[in-house]
Structures are given as structure tokens and as C-alpha cells.
Write a protein that binds this ligand. Structure first.
Ligand code: EZ4
Ligand code: CO
Length: 396
């Protein structure tokens, strides 16, 4: 089965998505997600200008060989743009292979380890009462695990926003002290309101310092969080030793990692409990399953990143991966803009009872309607610029 064509589809049904479609001489096609939020067009060029010409005529079944060729052959290894491009090819080829076999993708990975995947949505509130209201609403929709994010008194609306102009990054204000004083109280208040049974999660988004991270993890132990996520940036993985020395709160990390080497020390020193790599940003199914197998040696569980910028295609791939992976933990499920459903047709679904279903369609079960995609042209967009109150540039 030869690859005959591959093209990149860029659309913005509520937000930007980059999708690669690969066609074969067997009449079977597959799709993969290549979205890197805020830097979308660099992956488009990487694929169109540099990758697609090398794919034409290759055996579509040779997933491993093509992965290795794209990783080793370019010389400039790793990095978010390269790895998202490789991921798009990889996921599209897994889609094709599974469709050719007439099987849902999880069957090719080794078959189902579970029937459905525990997931968590985001509850956001501008203040605590608004957050509690949102948590109650999500409980009403059946969710058993919920991520909590709340506006911080004195910083203004949730992470404070100042617009710079259309299509430019927003300026956001951050203060570590105000966050540190508020976050433990906020998390405890939600725990008091919902009782012991609900799993509660919180994402600090790399915004505090190592010793504050250790303090926060220690202070919230009585809340019994499912996890604290992204406490500090992990370029220097040693800092996680400090946090670990002070606390037994479960830690999650890795949504911005793109290679198994980015998480090697964290995993083998057991400095985290959940690894958050997801197919689109970490080299597709081919690398994510290697990371999961490696993590399993230390009983670390998976938790694929599932914010809204992971396209419905990545959810298809992640949910088939989650259906198989023995050390599955949880799947983030922030939801997509309403218009995304006009462009992407998905076999995966929410079961109304706190879990996601992969669906049984051959492949990963997600298709793109290209005519519909044309109705939603690309719009330049960015993540925000975060600054401390004195103007110092900080971590998004
Ligand atoms: O900020 O995906 O856990 N989820 C997150 C996300 C990230 C976005 C960045 O593009 O941290 O909301
Ligand atoms: Co996160």
C-alpha cells in the first residue's frame, strides 16, 4: 500500500487546528493532528515544504521506519515543531493501518485493557462562588474528576487579562504571593463542598518557584488532590527532587514534553506520578507508547494532555491509546468549540458518567470534512504574555 498524496488542512472552527491527511493507492486515507497552539503555521510549513515530498511512494504500512527516518534523517532532532510534524504522520499512518485491518486502532496496539477511560473537565470560576457553581454543574453531568482553576483576589479576573489588540497576545498579570495565599484555601473550600468521593485536580501552569511548589504540595496534603500539575518548569528536572522531599501530593507533568528524553530523569527517579505527554506533541502513538512502557517500570500512570487545542483527531488517537495502555491513569477533557463538530466527525464520545469511550470504528475513528473546514479559515492567535505586577516577563 503506497502513499500517493498528503496534504495539510488548516482551519479554525472556534480555534485553529492543523490536520494532515495522507492518501494511499488502496483508496484508504488517514488523518493526524499537527496543532501547536500559537505557532500553527510553522508546522504547516514543516510538513508541506519538507516532509510531504519525502512521503510520496513510501509503504504506508512502514510506520516505524517512516518515524525513524523523519526523526533521525533531519539531523535536528526533537523540538515541538519537528515532533508535532512526525506525530501527524505517525497518527495518520496508524489510522490507515487500522482501517486496512478493518479494526479499531486499540486492537492493533494490543487490544482493550479497559472498556472506558476516566476523564476530567475543567471547572473555572472568576471567584470561589462561581467555581463552586461550575463544579456542581459538572457533577450534574456525571463527572467524577474535575480540574479546579479560580480567579485570584487582587489579580482580577481569572489570571487577569489586558488586550493588546486584535490577533495579538493578551497581557496577563501574575503574583506568586497572592496565588500562594489563595490556592490552598480555594482547594480546601471545594473539597469541603463536594466531599471525599470526587477526584480534584489543579494546574499551577509553571508559575511558582521550586520552594513555593514544595510548600504548596505540602500544604494541600489534607485536600487529597488527585494531582498538582506543572508546578515549576522542568527544563531542570532536579528541582522536582526538592518538591518530592517535602510532600506526598501526587504530581503530574509533561504536557509540553516532546521526547522520551524530556521525562527520563523524572520517571526513573520517580519524581512524578503521572506523565502528561499526548500523541500530537510527543511524536505520535509510536513514541507515546514507548514513554508509557518506560513509565510503567516505576508504576507511573498516563494522563494525556487534553486541553481544547488538542484537536478531536488527537482525542481519537489518545483514547485508542488509553483503551490499550496498561498503566492508564486519566484523560483530560477540556472540550472543543461548538463549531469543531461541523468539521470533525468523531466515533469517540463522553458516556455521561465520567468516562470517555473510544468507539469501535476502524482506525482512530475521527474524520475531517474538508468542505466544512474551508468555512473556518485560519486566524492568527496566541497564548498570553504573563507578567509579574512590576512588569517582569513570567511563564505562561
Ligand atoms: O495551557 O494547552 O492542562 N492543560 C493546560 C492547557 C495549556 C494549553 C496551551 O496551549 O495546561 O490549558
Ligand atoms: Co496543564
Amino acid at each position: 500500500m503506497k502513499i500517493t498524496a498528503a496534504r495539510v488542512i488548516v482551519c479554525a472552527p472556534g480555534r485553529n487546528f492543523v490536520t494532515l491527511k495522507i492518501e494511499t493507492d488502496a483508496g484508504i486515507h488517514g488523518i493526524g493532528d499537527a496543532t501547536v497552539n500559537g505557532r500553527e503555521l510553522s508546522v504547516v510549513s514543516y510538513l508541506q515544504d519538507h516532509v510531504v515530498p519525502t512521503l510520496i511512494g513510501r509503504d504506508a504500512h512502514a510506520i516505524e521506519d517512516i518515524w525513524q527516518m523523519l526523526y533521525r534523517g533531519c539531523y535536528w532532532r526533537r523540538g515541538p515543531i519537528t515532533m508535532a510534524a512526525i506525530a501527524a504522520v505517525d497518527v495518520a499512518l496508524w489510522d490507515i493501518k487500522a482501517k486496512a485491518a478493518g479494526m479499531p486502532l486499540y486492537q492493533l496496539l494490543g487490544g482493550a485493557s479497559r472498556s472506558r477511560m476516566l476523564c476530567y473537565p475543567h471547572a473555572r470560576g472568576t471567584d470561589l462562588p462561581a467555581l463552586l457553581e461550575r463544579v456542581a454543574a459538572l457533577r450534574g453531568e456525571g463527572y467524577r474528576a474535575i480540574r479546579l482553576q479560580c480567579g485570584i483576589p487582587g489579580i482580577g479576573d481569572s489570571y487577569g487579562v489586558k488586550r493588546q489588540g486584535p490577533g495579538l497576545p493578551e497581557e496577563q498579570v501574575w503574583d506568586i504571593g497572592k496565588y500562594m495565599r489563595f490556592a490552598p484555601k480555594m482547594l480546601q473550600a471545594v473539597r469541603d463542598a463536594v466531599g471525599e468521593e470526587v477526584e480534584l485536580l489543579h494546574d499551577t501552569h509553571h508559575r511558582i518557584t521550586p520552594i513555593d511548589a514544595a510548600r504548596l504540595a505540602k500544604e494541600v496534603e489534607p485536600v487529597n488532590l488527585y494531582w498538582l500539575e506543572d508546578l515549576v518548569p522542568a527544563e531542570n528536572q532536579e528541582v522536582y527532587r526538592l518538591i518530592r522531599q517535602h510532600s506526598v501530593t501526587r504530581l503530574a507533568l509533561g504536557e509540553i514534553f516532546n521526547s522520551i528524553h524530556d521525562c527520563r530523569e523524572l520517571i526513573q527517579e520517580q519524581l512524578i506520578d503521572f506523565i502528561r505527554v499526548t500523541p500530537v506533541h510527543a511524536g505520535g502513538i509510536t513514541q507515546v507508547r514507548r514513554i508509557a512502557d518506560f513509565a510503567a517500570l516505576w508504576q507511573i500512570r498516563t494522563a494525556c494532555h487534553g486541553a481544547g487545542d488538542m484537536s478531536p483527531v488527537t482525542f481519537g488517537a489518545a483514547l485508542h491509546f488509553g483503551r490499550w495502555v496498561p498503566n492508564f491513569g486519566i484523560q483530560e477533557f477540556a472540550g472543543h468549540p461548538r463549531e469543531a463538530a461541523e468539521v470533525f466527525r468523531c466515533a469517540w464520545s463522553y458516556d455521561g458518567d465520567g468516562h470517555l469511550l473510544s468507539g469501535e470504528a476502524p482506525g482512530h475513528g475521527v474524520e475531517i470534512d474538508e468542505a466544512a473546514a474551508e468555512r473556518f479559515p485560519y486566524r492568527r492567535s496566541y497564548l498570553g504574555n504573563v507578567r509579574l505586577e512590576d512588569g517582569t516577563a513570567w511563564n505562561y
